[in-house]
Design a protein around this ligand. Structure first.
Ligand code: GLG
Length: 832
């Protein structure tokens, strides 16, 4: 072998500074093809990423091999979204070679931060649902669980948000433009996926009625694998994302006809399937392309899962003992009909056996109760796009309703609610009902949400299958959201309690006793201040606004949605602004209101709220009469990377949704873990956060879910009465409605004012306003006492251990999946 190759081989594994430096230089030249003098930051990013990737490949193969050798039960997490963000810091940190890498780059005269900043943010998701999937991947790998992620390799991730004249404008996010050094293309892992066509009935070899799907269009799904590095580098799992490819035989006919361009057009059209992520969060779009995306990745994943299973088994009886398939929301729920089709039509299983296997294999997580987010595909569309699946769904439904009819005792309303088909108006397939029926376990994502599921969307199913619904409160990975995002705090924690918390966050409880230690409080404050300075610099770069580092950083970062009530926060901002102007001699606690979040491009109200925040910011930030005591900033293009800068710097965490509407929230957990105090309603996981951090260390306000429900049911709520009785609310609303913030277009905010008044204020912004202001005042008063504030902040961090996604994933593993850790055997030198 060539000596150069041999040296590369050794270099690949070395983890010390010299070895890293040598392999960076080698990779820059031989893999990126650049000279050190000509290399750009992006070239260096690619170089470092490729060198790091090399260091995980052996262990990745060891991991996969040991799963195979042990024929371990695997869990397959099917998700239309994986919001993974950047991977360089994550990989280095989980491999334990962060410092070595920094030093190696230093010796090359490069700054690690610059290299890290050259990585695009992989935004293959919208919000909480997609980020949860990414946290779960980290937790599964970090605990040695044999877990695979399956999704779509979107060419365009979530759009890039810019503000033009204060309005949101969307730009394409071309994260793959310069290549993706983390992924391995697998051109040999290809599965056909069909659409359209028709179903043919025939008699099989034993004379039984059977079906085949014919005359369909075909697309190929091609795999791209990204290694998922677990903490400590022991387990490296796989995220497999599918990309659409035209079939190779697509164009022969056309070529002969000379219709070359037409053939190419066809190819491009079929490859559009994996082109773009739908930019809606918690709302449904109902477009055919979306249905095709859902089926595309689900079918490819199931074919892949069955192929892997059949390497060890010749019948399907054991499938539920070897594969657990988790449906991340209903997006992959068509998989239930698809597995039935594969088992019955392709592998000739009897229907009842296939159904039993299917149900024992699938489990389903529900992420929202919002009616506009519950997927319901028109029967006519499924009939056309997936004709065989429509038949299978009818069959599942008929068998289920027949069994249920006897018990229902003529209660037809109940039967029609249980049906997989919604017969009101245009007939539709209820994907939630299909997912429920085809799964052995169904879970909600916080205690409150799971209870509400039982009482609302799945009340009838819950009665029918009382053991099926269970709760799995969400969690977040402490590796990304504390260790990597907040080095200042995480180093402080480690010096005091050791580093056990990184892989067992319950150990962070040891910080509780430090809350009374003045020296520790001082150090905790110093870490927060460092993060606030970093955020202040980021704010200045992004918006040109200078903010006071010692002001309260009052942070609301999440998708823009009416139920999340950014409007409530804006109204408080205006009320505070008025108070400060009215009382210029009072010594105010300075406040910086930080907002960030994207609105779905077609969600006009949410986009109008963005414009309002920017308009309010323009007025407030330039009013000398508030003496810089109030600043409002809306940071553009919120994504995982921005979150990593914003969250560690927050003092106050806004979790103010209308009670009953936020299924869980996970940003609430990240902020509290980083020592922000929550101001929030008793909604989603806020309820459990209060239990863990203690009611004295959180600002709870507003109506409960039950009160919201009762008030709405009574029909007696009149926002006009509330507004009339609250002068500061009335004044804030009058200012919005008379154009105080929009002198160039005084009617601009008419739709907002309308929604809050004559529109009936569906999200109860006005109803919760007074109590919200009370809670805000309490927070401001507390902030005047830094020792007390810090004590509570420390207690937040110390009491958030339960919200690790390691805990969540373990609950899934034990109570739903029945999968167990596998310890891969590695020869050679280990990671720390
Ligand atoms: C949801 C919910 C969030 C939840 C997240 C993850 O809106 O409350 O925390 O999923 O379960 N549709 C979502 O993004």
């Amino acid at each position: 072998m060539d000596a150069r190759f041999k040296s590369r081989d050794i270099e690949r594994r070395s983890l010390d500074v010299d070895g890293l430096k040598r392999s960076f230089l080698e990779w820059l030249v031989y893999s990126v093809g650049k000279d050190a003098r000509a290399a750009t930051r992006r070239d260096w990013f690619h170089t470092v990423a490729l060198a790091v990737r090399d260091r995980v490949v052996d262990r990745w193969m060891d991991t996969t091999r040991s799963y195979y050798q042990e024929d371990a039960k695997r869990v397959y997490y099917l998700s239309l979204e994986f919001l993974i963000g950047r991977l360089l810091t994550n990989s280095l940190s989980n491999l334990g070679i962060m410092d070595e890498c920094r030093q190696a780059l230093d010796r090359l005269g490069l700054s690690m931060d610059d290299v890290v900043d050259a990585e695009p943010d992989a935004a293959l998701g919208n919000g909480g649902l997609g980020r949860l999937a990414a946290c779960f991947l980290d937790s599964m790998a970090s605990q040695g669980l044999p877990g695979y992620g399956y999704g779509i390799r979107y060419e365009f991730g979530l759009f890039e948000q810019r503000f033009e004249n204060g309005w949101q404008v969307e730009y394409p996010e071309q994260w793959l433009q310069f290549g993706n050094p983390w992924e391995f293309a697998r051109p040999e892992v290809l599965y056909p996926v069909q659409f359209y066509g028709r179903v043919e009935e025939f008699r099989d070899s034993v004379g039984e009625r059977a079906y085949r799907w014919v005359d369909a269009d075909r697309v190929l799904a091609m795999a791209y694998d990204t290694p998922v590095v677990g903490f400590g580098g022991e387990t490296i799992n796989t995220l497999r994302l599918w990309s659409a490819r035209a079939t190779r035989d697509f164009n022969f006919g056309h070529f002969n006809d000379g219709a070359y361009m037409k053939a190419v057009e066809q190819k491009i059209l079929s490859e559009n399937l994996s082109r773009v992520l739908y930019p809606n969060d918690a709302t449904e779009t109902g477009k055919e392309l979306r249905l095709k995306q859902e089926y595309f990745f689900t079918s490819a994943s199931l074919q892949d899962i069955l192929r892997r299973y059949l390497q060890h088994h010749s019948t399907f009886d054991n499938l539920p003992n070897k594969a657990a398939i988790q449906l991340n929301d209903t997006h992959p729920a068509i998989g239930i009909a698809e597995l039935m089709r594969l088992l019955v039509d392709q592998h000739a299983l009897r229907w009842d056996d296939a159904w039993e296997i299917t149900r024992a294999t699938f489990a389903y997580t529900n992420h929202t109760l919002l009616p506009e987010a519950l997927e319901a595909w028109p029967v006519r569309m499924i009939e056309r796009v997936l004709p065989r699946h429509m038949q299978i769904i009818y069959e599942i439904n008929a068998k289920f309703l027949n069994r249920t009819k006897a018990k229902a005792e003529g209660d037809n309303a109940r039967l029609s609610r249980l049906s997989l088909i919604d017969e009101r108006g245009e007939r539709r397939v209820r994907m939630g009902n299909l997912a429920f029926l085809g799964s052995h376990r169904v879970n909600g994502v916080s205690a409150l949400h799971t209870e509400l599921m039982k009482q609302t969307v799945f009340a009838d199913f819950h009665q029918e299958f009382p053991d099926r619904i269970n709760n799995k409160t969400n969690g977040i990975t402490p590796r990304r959201w504390l260790k990597q995002a907040n080095p200042a705090l995480s180093e402080l924690i480690t010096t005091r309690i050791g580093e056990g918390w990184i892989s067992d966050l319950s150990q962070i409880a040891a910080l509780r006793e430090k809350a009374d230690d003045v020296v520790f409080r001082e150090e905790f404050r110093r870490a927060k201040r460092k993060n606030k300075k970093r955020l202040a610099a980021y704010i200045a770069r992004q918006t040109g606004e200078e903010v006071l580092v010692d002001s309260i950083f009052d942070v609301q970062v999440k998708r823009m949605h009416e139920y999340k009530r950014q409007l409530l926060n804006v109204l408080h901002t205006i009320a505070l602004y008025n108070e400060m102007r009215d009382n210029p001699t009072v010594s105010w606690v300075p406040v910086t209101k930080v907002f960030a979040g994207k609105a779905a491009p077609s969600y006009h109200m949410a986009k109008l709220i963005i414009k309002l925040i920017n308009d309010v910011a323009k007025v407030v930030n330039h009013d000398p009469s508030v003496h810089d005591n109030l600043k409002v900033v809306l940071l553009p293009n919120y994504n995982v990377t921005a979150a990593e800068i914003i969250i560690p710097a927050a003092d106050l965490s806004e979790q103010i949704s209308t009670a009953g509407m936020e299924a869980s929230g996970t940003g609430n957990m990240k902020l509290a873990l980083n020592g922000a105090l929550t101001i929030g309603t008793l909604d989603g996981a806020n309820v459990e956060i209060r239990e863990h951090v203690g009611p004295d260390n959180i600002f709870i306000f507003g109506m409960t879910a039950e009160e919201v429900n009762d008030l709405r049911a009574s029909g007696g709520f009149n926002p006009r009465d509330v507004i009339a009785s609250n002068p500061s609310l009335k004044r804030a609303l009058d200012m919005i409605s008379t154009g105080a913030f929009s002198p160039d277009d005084r009617n601009r905010y008419h739709p907002i004012v309308q929604a809050l008044t004559d529109g009936g204020d569906h999200f109860l912004v006005t109803a919760d306003f007074a109590d919200y202001c009370r809670a805000q005042d309490a927070a401001m008063q507390l902030y005047r006492d830094p020792e007390e504030w810090t004590r509570k902040a420390i207690l937040n961090t110390a009491n958030m251990g339960w919200f690790s996604s390691d805990r969540t994933v373990n609950e899934y593993a034990q109570e739903i999946w029945d999968v167990h850790p596998v310890h891969p055997s590695h020869d050679g030198e280990g990671f720390r």
